[in-house]
Structures are given as structure tokens and as C-alpha cells.
Ligand binder design. Structure first.
Ligand SMILES: [Zn+2]
Length: 299
């Protein structure tokens, strides 16, 4: 039963992923998402403009059977296509899995009594992850984070806080991916104050970085995303999201500089790193924090 459900979600994810490819490839930084429809029409090879037949549009399988080249002109097809399709399928399977898994741990009473809320949480987080993926691709390519995505993430954060409050309530264990470690950092009176506080911390922290670096290290898009992540993750989870994004960002930036691909003055988009931080906290927040505290014998 569960296998069938997750298999259907994976197939739906593959199809939705090829839609996300169209959205991100046709995205225009000046016009936003509005011109996606106007370009419209059937998909075609960007090199020879030949329209693609239905059997060239099957997610992943087409790419494999064509060996990554256009059937007409032999032009290499971007690896983004199968990569995003597979990643979307993965999102559609593992995000609901993780929501259900953590609900089993958190809901000490009957899981079935809360099934509606848990499905709602799984759906809301899946949408958030799809937006994370689109945001990361667009920021990577165009060095911009669309306002529409940041606003949508903020709205999702409010919705997720509301449903979490309804399903789990809010307290020592509930509403944090760090589980009981969250208690150490306090501020757990109400979920609304907690998530609002996290958003303000995010805005102040990134506002500070922008002020100190005079806008060279971060952009306004990163600041807005930090606020939205605060609403989504709450306190103290959001601090860990930022910490991981800075650690991964530094490692990759130094790596690029050492290989001569980037220099100190080159701008590196930070949105993808914030997304990686968010993914790490969502899936491994508790494990990573217990590993850390385990080093100091704190349980
Ligand atoms: Zn072609």
C-alpha cells in the first residue's frame, strides 16, 4: 500500500520535474515568470529548433535513450533536464516520508486522529521544497531570488506553523526538527512568537551582513529569503539553517577559488546554500545536533 503510494508520488514528481525544467529554463530575470506562457508552445531543441515528439519528452528515459543528444542535430541536451526530474521525484517521496516519520515520533497520541493535519503538513512542505529547488536553480543561473518565491515561502511558513500548532501543539518536542534540543534555546511560549522571532533574527542578521559588506556579500533577495526561512523553520532551527549554509558556502567558495574558478571579488549566489542548509535541518537537524552535543556528553 505504502509502496504504491510512494511509487505514484515518484512518477508524478518526474512529470512535475519536467514542468519545473520548462519554468526555470524559460524564466527571464527582467520579466519574471510572466513570460513563461507567452513563449509557450511545444518544447523544441534550443540549437536546431526542431519540435520534440512525445517520446522525446518522457522524463529521464528520453534523455537516456537519446544518450543526452538531440535526435536531429546531435546537440548535447543539458544535464539539468534529468537532474531536476530525478530531484523532483525524490522531493515528492522523501519530504512526505520525513513529515510522517517525525509525526510518528512527535504525536504521542493517536496518529490516525491527526492524519488530515499530517497530510496537510506533508503537502505544504513538499510545495516548500519545490520552491527551494526552483529558487536554487534561478539564483544559480541569474543571481536573483524572485520576490514571488520568497513571499510564497513566507506564506507557507505561516500555514505550516498554523497546521503544526493544530496537529502537534507546541512545546518542548513539537514544532522543531531538533526535537528536545530546542528547549535549551528557549522561546517556546507560542509557535507564533517563536516563528516571528526567528524571522526577525534572520532579517537582522542578513541586514547586518549587507550593511557591513555594503551589499557585496549578500543581496536583498538573500535577506528576504532569510526572513521567510525564519517563518518556515522557527527558532532555533533557523540558526542551524544559517550555520550550515555558511559552512557549506565557505567550503565550496574556497574550493572554487583554489581551483581558480572564482576570485575573492566574484559574487557567488548564496540562495542555493541557504536551500542546502534548510534541507540539512529538515532531514538531519536532530541527528546532527545530537552528534554535536554527544561530543560534550550532553544528551
Ligand atoms: Zn537539435
Amino acid at each position: 500500500m505504502d509502496y504504491l503510494l510512494y511509487l505514484s508520488l515518484a512518477i508524478f514528481g518526474l512529470i512535475f520535474g519536467s514542468f519545473l525544467n520548462v519554468v526555470t529554463i524559460r524564466y527571464n530575470p527582467d520579466k519574471g515568470f510572466s513570460n513563461i506562457k507567452s513563449i509557450g508552445g511545444r518544447s523544441h531543441c534550443p540549437n536546431c529548433r526542431n519540435q520534440l515528439a512525445w517520446y522525446e519528452l518522457v522524463p529521464v528515459l528520453s534523455f537516456l535513450s537519446l544518450r543526452g543528444r538531440c535526435r536531429h542535430c546531435g546537440h548535447a541536451i543539458s544535464l539539468q533536464y534529468p537532474f531536476v526530474e530525478l530531484l523532483t521525484a525524490l522531493i515528492f517521496v522523501v519530504v512526505p516520508m520525513q513529515v510522517i516519520l517525525s509525526s510518528r515520533i512527535l504525536v504521542l497520541v493517536d496518529v490516525n486522529a491527526h492524519i488530515g493535519g499530517i497530510i496537510a503538513l506533508a503537502a505544504l512542505w513538499t510545495v516548500a521544497f519545490v520552491l527551494f529547488l526552483v529558487l536554487a536553480i534561478i539564483d544559480f543561473k541569474h543571481m536573483i531570488i524572485p520576490d514571488s518565491i520568497n513571499v510564497s515561502l513566507a506564506v507557507l511558513g505561516i500555514a505550516i506553523a498554523g497546521v503544526t500548532q493544530w496537529v502537534h501543539g507546541f512545546g518542548a518536542f513539537q514544532g522543531s526538527f531538533l526535537r528536545h534540543y530546542a528547549v535549551i534555546f528557549g522561546f517556546r511560549d507560542t509557535i507564533w512568537m517563536n516563528h516571528l522571532f526567528a524571522a526577525i533574527i534572520g532579517l537582522l542578521f542578513f541586514g547586518g551582513i549587507i550593511a557591513v559588506s555594503r551589499g557585496r556579500a549578500m543581496g536583498w533577495g538573500d535577506l528576504k529569503l532569510a526572513g521567510a526561512l525564519g517563518l518556515l523553520f522557527g527558532w532555533p532551527d533557523v540558526v542551524l539553517v544559517f550555520a550550515f549554509s555558511f559552512i557549506i558556502g565557505s567550503i565550496i567558495s574556497i574550493g572554487l577559488m583554489m581551483r581558480g574558478r572564482k576570485h575573492m571579488k566574484d559574487a557567488v549566489p548564496f540562495g542555493p546554500f541557504l536551500v542546502i542548509g534548510a534541507v540539512m535541518v529538515f532531514f538531519f537537524g536532530f541527528q546532527l545536533v545530537s552528534l554535536y552535543f554527544g561530543m560534550f556528553d550532553v544528551i
